[in-house]
Design a binder for this molecule. Structure first.
Ligand SMILES: NC(=O)c1ccc[n+]([C@@H]2O[C@H](COP(=O)([O-])OP(=O)(O)OC[C@H]3O[C@@H](n4cnc5c(N)ncnc54)[C@H](O)[C@@H]3O)[C@@H](O)[C@H]2O)c1
Length: 247
């Protein structure tokens, strides 16, 4: 039996892309999953896929940048599910542009979703996790948070911030049996990267030693390692899953 069998996982931004792959991977390993995304349609669609795998699923539409909505949803999730064992902060957005022309709105949207959203969600579940004296928190950062990227100062700042947040939470929660780690994906084939212009795609590919973009399932595999028994003694780490892009 898998080490996450019968555990309850909350995965934000799991209506599609990397979050969906993580939710389905956890369900395939026997976990029950709370699917959180911005729209109820996407959450319900993935929840149905999870139920088809024979596991329980709950669908929630929550904007993680809205602290009050997150608190209300977390209370409902804990009431409906009884507890949460694994929390994956995966919801994220991009609003790319050169710094000189970047609007306050584009800066705020990215920081409020990618960084403050993870803070809202982690805080909302922290009391329950600390009381349980067990749990896994996995934050989906990015290699861009490690190396930066022209045209992504907002995104890079949010992901670098998320890495600092991860290490601080790891130190705060370690004595209570809760691990907190980050995954730094490289370029992964999802809706987020589907709009890259062909010439940019080509130039990115040249920076990846493995010569290909990753798949959402590659990130789900790393998340399963961190969530399962094999990840027991790993905390405060950033695991890059990037075809060798950052080394
Ligand atoms: N695709 C890549 O190459 C790549 C690389 C590095 C990191 N990442 C990170 O992985 C995560 C998932 O990205 P993806 O490629 O699957 O993107 P995606 O756009 O396909 O999915 C993002 C998900 O986040 C949800 N979301 C966005 N804002 C939200 C909000 N305010 N509240 C709740 N949910 C919200 C969306 O509804 C969607 O389900 C993001 O954090 C992203 O920054 C992606």
């Amino acid at each position: 039996m898998s080490s996450i069998a019968n555990q309850i996982a909350v995965v934000t931004g799991s209506g599609r892309g990397i979050g969906r792959a993580i939710a389905l991977k956890f369900a395939a390993e026997g976990a029950d999953v709370v699917v959180v995304s911005r729209t109820v349609e996407n959450s319900e669609k993935v929840a149905s896929e999870i139920r088809a795998l024979g596991r329980k699923a709950w669908a929630f539409a929550v904007d993680v940048s809205d602290s009050a909505s997150v608190n209300t949803a977390a209370d409902k999730i804990l009431a409906d599910c009884g507890r949460v064992d694994i929390l994956v902060n995966n919801a994220g957005v991009t609003r790319d542009g050169l710094l000189m022309r970047m609007s306050d709105a584009d800066w705020d949207t990215v920081l409020n979703t990618n960084l403050k959203g993870a803070f809202h969600v982690t805080r909302a579940f922290s009391r329950a996790l600390l009381k349980q004296r067990a749990g896994r928190i996995i934050n989906v950062a990015s290699v861009i948070g490690l190396i930066g990227n022209a045209g992504q100062c907002n995104y890079a700042a949010s992901k670098a911030g998320l890495i600092g947040f991860t290490m601080s939470c790891a130190r705060e929660f370690a004595s209570r049996g809760i691990t907190v780690n980050a995954i730094a994906p490289g370029f992964i084939e999802t809706d987020m990267t589907s709009e890259l212009k062909p010439e940019l795609r080509e130039s990115v590919l040249k920076t990846i030693p493995m010569g290909q973009f990753g798949q959402a399932e590659d990130i789900a595999g790393a998340a399963l390692f961190l969530a399962g028994a094999s990840g027991r003694y790993v905390t405060g780490q950033v695991i890059s899953v990037d075809g060798g892009m950052v080394m």
